[in-house]
Design a protein around this ligand. Structure first.
Ligand code: SF4
Length: 319
């Protein structure tokens, strides 16, 4: 089965997911008509414990009534991304690097996502304007392929974009920010590996994973194919209440990753996106967890704990 066919098995209907997980779809906790729709790969759903609403994977994807709560400080564009738009699909937050938003589509819809209300440009499917802006910006040496999830694009489209980027002389690196292999590791198919092999720019891969239960050997085997090309893989994680806000959970996650040469890169403080306040962990708790992790993990296995603040020239490292 192709990754596109596998993706068609994603749960998009709350009733079907509730039946699969033996949970009460009529629970007053669940939002059955969410603005940001349910989207959950079957592989991840199979890892969720049945008959409970507090499973750490389920909590990341199940739309809850709490998302309707209005909480001071939580807004639709907490990072001010509309202000740093160079064009519909190009953002420049920091110097020397820029984000190319290849697609609005994701393999899964994470309830805490800071781009869940992002005003994506969906009409114009080409990247001509963005490529021209990158070409004019001669201080930019790195492009971050983001979205949505850049691996939602088929290989041929990715190839076209990367071929164009390669022709820009001042670009040195391309970074993929993706959660796709966690939901559908089959996305790392032969065509994608071939595309990576042919790319002349230095590639970095940054995967997003929040809980050790999301990982398995199929995912590591898929990522190994990328590592065998000499491409570093980094991990980014969002600190989430009742999901991964303990030393034990994060220790297990980071250990699993370093066992497969995936380097923990950032532990992100939650971005204050409207409807996500119930995921927030206090910064003091985050700092304490990081200090505890230093006592049990090698230094390279402890990520930087950081917050992104609108208008700042870089992320703020908290610990
Ligand atoms: S995969 Fe990434 S971009 Fe997509 S919903 Fe999740 S956090 Fe947001």
């Amino acid at each position: 089965m192709s990754w596109q066919q596998i993706q068609q098995q994603n749960f998009r209907c709350i009733k079907k997911l509730a039946r699969f997980l033996e949970i009460d779809e009529n629970s007053f906790l669940i939002d059955r008509n969410p603005r940001f729709p349910l989207n959950l790969p079957l592989r991840l759903a199979k890892k969720i414990d049945t008959n409970r609403l507090d499973d750490p994977i389920l909590l990341q994807f199940l739309p809850l009534q709490k998302e309707g709560d209005s909480v001071a400080g939580f807004e639709t564009d907490p990072l001010g991304e509309q202000l740093v738009k160079q064009s519909g699909k190009l953002l420049q937050k920091y110097s020397h690097r820029a984000l190319l938003l290849l697609t609005s589509s994701c393999v899964m819809n994470c309830r805490f996502c800071f781009r869940q209300t992002f005003d994506y440009e969906v009409k114009n499917k080409t990247f001509e304007k963005e490529l021209s802006l990158i070409e004019q910006n001669t201080t930019c040496s790195e492009i971050i392929l983001s979205g949505g999830d850049p691996l939602s694009l088929p290989n041929a489209k990715l190839q076209t974009v990367i071929t164009s980027l390669q022709q820009i002389p001042h670009l040195k690196r391309v970074r993929f920010h993706t959660r796709f292999p966690i939901g559908i590791p089959e996305r790392i198919d032969a065509g994608f590996i071939e595309l990576l092999k042919q790319t002349k720019l230095q590639i970095f891969f940054v995967i997003h994973c929040n809980h050790p239960a999301e990982l398995d050997s199929d995912i590591f085997n898929a990522l190994k194919q990328i590592q065998l090309l000499g491409i570093p893989i980094l991990l980014q994680t969002v600190l989430l209440r009742h999901i991964n806000d303990t030393k034990e959970t994060l220790q297990e996650l980071f250990e699993k990753c370093i066992d497969h040469a995936i380097i923990p890169y950032y532990l992100h403080q939650l971005d204050k996106t409207k409807g996500t306040a119930h995921f927030e962990v206090e910064e003091a708790t985050g700092r304490k967890i990081i200090e505890e992790l230093y006592a049990v993990l090698p230094g390279y296995a402890v990520p930087k704990y950081a917050r992104e603040t609108r208008g700042c020239l870089s992320k703020t490292v908290l610990c």
